[in-house]
Design a protein around this ligand. Structure first.
Ligand SMILES: C[S@@+](CC[C@H](N)C(=O)[O-])C[C@H]1O[C@@H](n2cnc3c(N)ncnc32)[C@H](O)[C@@H]1O
Length: 251
């Protein structure tokens, strides 16, 4: 998968992205998608829906940036689920990072967040979004401290972790059935690219021994528990819930 771009001076950076994430290897399995770089950064397009389906990671000015400023801070369900309301700012390993939105909410609230993403195109989008955030005068300093990406599968990376995070956060792909046309479209494009995370049940078994305080699993409200394991507690939102597997108190 070659990244298309009108700016010749960006070719070295784009070559680096292509190499780092082995994008050439994925050209076949990502047919129907293309990657473009423009002034907004790296964009994924669905070839037959070029205008509507661009996916881009923007922590500086996008919807997540708005949520950072006006989204409810530590009162948000995700913050409560990882234990932020207990006065702690845990180290969180986000083992299914996706576009980094949940991770960004936690990083903006002070957590150190390590992101794992295994899909090369998603990882490339995330890497590019992080790079632009690191360079931003307002959020760059704390983003560089709080958010980092490791490209690879958590099925192997969690086993190799040398230090224990306080929290392991899991949000594997589960078929969505939201009604909003916009969300539906973006989710559909994302799901088509990534596919269902059919091996997600195993992640709980890797995550639980590694987390020192808790494992948090985000699920749509209609989804069964991950690996059929009943959580210690649940925090429910309109469309999702956070299943929390507590190991030790968050101090
Ligand atoms: C539903 S998305 C996560 C969305 C994310 N929470 C956000 O806020 O943007 C799930 C992501 O997890 C990734 N994933 C699933 N299993 C993984 C694994 N074992 N290791 C690393 N990434 C994984 C998928 O490639 C996909 O990008």
């Amino acid at each position: 998968m070659v990244i298309q771009c009108a700016f010749k001076e960006l070719r070295p950076y784009l070559n680096e992205l292509e190499t780092r994430f082995n994008l050439a290897q994925w050209a076949q399995s990502c047919s129907g998608f293309s990657l473009h770089y423009d002034e907004t950064g790296l964009n994924l397009l669905k070839t037959d829906e070029p205008k509507l389906a661009a996916i881009n990671v923007d922590f500086v000015t996008g919807a997540v940036a708005h949520r950072r400023k006006f989204g409810g801070g530590k009162g948000q369900s995700i913050a409560k689920a990882v234990g932020l309301n207990k006065g702690a700012t845990p180290v969180v390993l986000d083992a299914t990072a996706g576009l980094g939105r949940d991770g960004f909410v936690l990083a903006s609230l002070g957590c150190k967040v390590i992101l794992h993403e295994r899909h090369p195109v998603v990882a490339a989008l995330l890497f590019d979004g992080l790079k632009r955030a690191y360079d931003d005068a307002e959020i760059g300093p704390w983003m560089q401290q709080n958010m980092s990406l490791v490209f690879g599968s958590s099925h192997t990376l969690l086993e190799q972790c040398e230090s224990m995070p306080d929290v392991v956060y899991l949000d594997p792909m589960f078929p969505h059935r939201e009604k909003s046309a916009l969300v539906k479209k973006e989710m559909r494009v994302f799901q088509e690219l990534v596919g269902a995370d059919t091996d997600a049940d195993d992640l709980l078994d890797f995550a639980y021994p590694l987390a020192s305080k808790r494992v948090v699993v985000k699920r749509p409200d209609y989804a069964p528990f991950l690996n059929d394991k009943t959580p210690s507690m649940q925090i429910k939102t309109k469309k999702n819930r956070f299943d929390v597997y507590v190991k030790a108190a968050m101090v």
